[in-house]
Design a protein around this ligand. Structure first.
Ligand code: NOJ
Length: 556
């Protein structure tokens, strides 16, 4: 397999609004990030994925951009950005920018022009259609509830928005739009940034005619079949690769909801014509139900293993995996897949991390994950900030599709705000995130769950992540080894091997809150075998073991 620095990297995702506030306005900012870069350096990650910091009216926390070359006022200035980039580079940290180009903000000058008249030069930058019999052009629902179309009185047409109505979709079939995007990307590359994480990039090409989609629980049609992995998406990404990506040494990852293994082989083919890797969502969708993500389902371990193993084995040698359990759009992994009780919070956080970080691919650590941060204990609707949760609650309860109490429970459990509460730096007021009033409440468990306490405690989650990351750096088998699943039918244990040349390691993870017996395969029982890392104090792996609740170990 061909080696590459981005395959050997570990990425740390920063959600700037919630990372560190330097000026007391309650909102994280670039100076705050600059002040805390040592945290990431110390952890051992070498790439930072920076969620959007561009100018934005903040309808979707920066994923609605009104100026691609400017910085959001609350976050600072372009000079602050330059200083952050310079310090990051001096510490050996690379910066991967979030590239949000499926849509802009409705306050972007292109859209301001576009909506002025049907013959405006920017009209075709967006997707405008006539209504059908006084209604929307088709039945598509938006990801943030309601129709995916918004009526604009001044020109008597509708524009498409797969997300909020303040996020109109760009028309990628227009070569001028592609040129603008590529120029902007080159501008950032010339500034010295190191890569792009591409927001919903699988959705940029829509099927002509925009046909109605199959109707779901909300009463709207799904745009998926006609807007995900659309007819020209690979052509446009290859063009982007020729015009931008191939000119620099970048790390690139495409956010590709709805991507299949076969599609991923095109997006992230080892031939290098498009992207380095994709974020797939099949494992994140395992606990979805009839009403999309809003439920309290648990992920079944056998299903999780099936999906992860499929991606591990089928991409091998053909494309490259990204590895993640969490990001700013998901609940905290610990509360979803582990156990956030006092007894098992740290133990299960380490187990989940081990299970992921020993796989083949580039691991992503979402801010706070390295501290074992948990979901927020919501008690009132007023604590929510996220447009997705707020709109879904309104729509599904008003239509009588889900009872208010149940829906409150679902958004509390699955809502994106869980991942967006501020980083807990220490046990001072607001967890040391801000001296002002935080834009979103800080999780009250900051008193015991915080970075300061963990830096010096040898067995902390932070120090465990550090060790995991340094093992990966020292052992190519963790990066490049071939993956093989053992015990596929176990509902408690996730066990797999990694093999490189004549070397083999074994990863054992107990996902259950109980003791589980495990017999070590003969080839791992030799005297020369040691436990590389584990989350309990166990000197040696015995032939017959009783694994403790959430116990994990790597035998090398
Ligand atoms: C995916 C992003 O990760 C999410 O936060 C955002 O709301 C949508 N794309 C729209 O940009």
């Amino acid at each position: 397999m061909e080696k590459a620095w981005w395959k050997e990297s570990v990425v740390y995702q920063i959600y700037p609004r919630s990372f560190c506030d330097s000026n007391g306005d309650g909102i994280g900012d670039l100076k705050g990030i600059t002040n805390k870069l040592e945290h990431i350096k110390e952890l051992g990650a070498n790439v930072i994925w920076l969620s959007p910091v561009y100018e934005s009216p903040n309808d979707d926390n920066g994923y609605d951009i009104s100026n691609y070359r400017g910085i959001m006022k609350e976050f600072g200035t372009i000079e602050d950005f330059d200083r952050m980039l310079e310090k990051a580079h001096s510490l050996g940290l690379k910066i991967m920018m979030d590239l949000v180009v499926n849509h802009t903000s409705d306050e972007h000058p292109w859209f301001v022009e576009s909506r002025k008249s049907k013959d405006n030069p920017y009209r075709d930058y967006y997707i405008w259609r006539d209504g059908k019999e006084g209604k929307e052009p088709n039945n598509w629902g938006s990801c943030f509830s309601g129709s995916a179309w918004n009526y604009d009185e001044s020109t008597d047409q509708y524009y498409l928005h797969l997300f909020s109505k303040k996020q109109p979709d760009l028309n990628w079939d227009n070569p001028k739009v592609r040129r603008e995007v590529f120029d902007m990307m080159n501008w950032w590359c010339e500034k010295g940034i190191d890569g792009f994480r591409m927001d919903v990039i699988s959705m940029i090409s829509k099927v002509p005619g925009l046909p109605d989609g199959p109707v779901g629980a909300s009463g709207y049609g799904s745009f998926g079949p006609y807007s995900v992995n659309g007819p020209h998406v690979h052509e446009y990404l290859q063009e982007m690769n020729r015009e931008v990506l191939s000119r620099y040494d970048l790390i690139t990852v495409g956010e590709c909801s709805g991507v299949t293994v076969d599609e991923a082989k095109k997006y992230a083919s080892s031939s290098g014509k498009e992207l380095n890797m994709v974020f797939q969502f099949e494992h994140m969708d395992l606990d979805s139900g009839e009403s999309f993500k809003w439920n309290h389902n648990k992920i079944k371990l056998t299903e999780l293993k099936k999906i992860m193993s499929k991606w591990q084995t089928e991409l091998e040698g053909k494309a490259w995996n990204s590895l993640y359990w969490c990001n700013h759009d998901q609940p905290r992994m610990l509360s979803r897949m582990g156990n956030d009780s006092d007894e098992y919070r740290e133990i299960s956080a380490k187990m989940l991390a081990t299970c992921l970080h020993m796989m083949q691919g580039t691991p992503y650590v979402y801010q706070g994950e390295e501290l074992g941060m948990t979901n927020y204990p919501f008690t009132s609707l007023s604590e929510f900030r996220d447009i997705e949760s707020i709109n879904a609650y309104k729509e599904l309860t008003e239509k009588g599709i889900i009872e208010p109490d149940a829906m409150f429970d679902y958004i509390s459990y699955k809502g994106r705000d869980n991942a967006r509460t501020p980083i807990q730096w220490d046990d001072s007021k607001n967890g040391g995130f801000t001296t002002g009033t935080p834009w979103i409440p800080v999780n009250p468990n900051y008193v015991k769950v915080n970075a300061k306490e963990q830096y010096t405690r040898e067995d902390s989650v932070f120090n465990y992540y550090k060790k995991l990351i340094s093992l990966r750096k020292q052992n190519p088998i963790i990066v490049y080894g071939t993956y093989k699943l053992l015990l596929p039918d176990s509902e408690e244990l996730y066990v797999y091997t990694r093999t490189l040349d004549d070397r083999k390691i074994l990863v054992i993870c107990n996902y259950a809150e109980k003791e589980v017996a495990f017999e070590l395969p003969e080839e791992f029982s030799g005297e020369e075998r040691t436990i590389w890392i584990g989350n309990y104090k166990r000197e040696k792996a015995d032939k017959k073991m009783v694994l403790k609740p959430y116990e994990c170990m790597v035998i090398g």
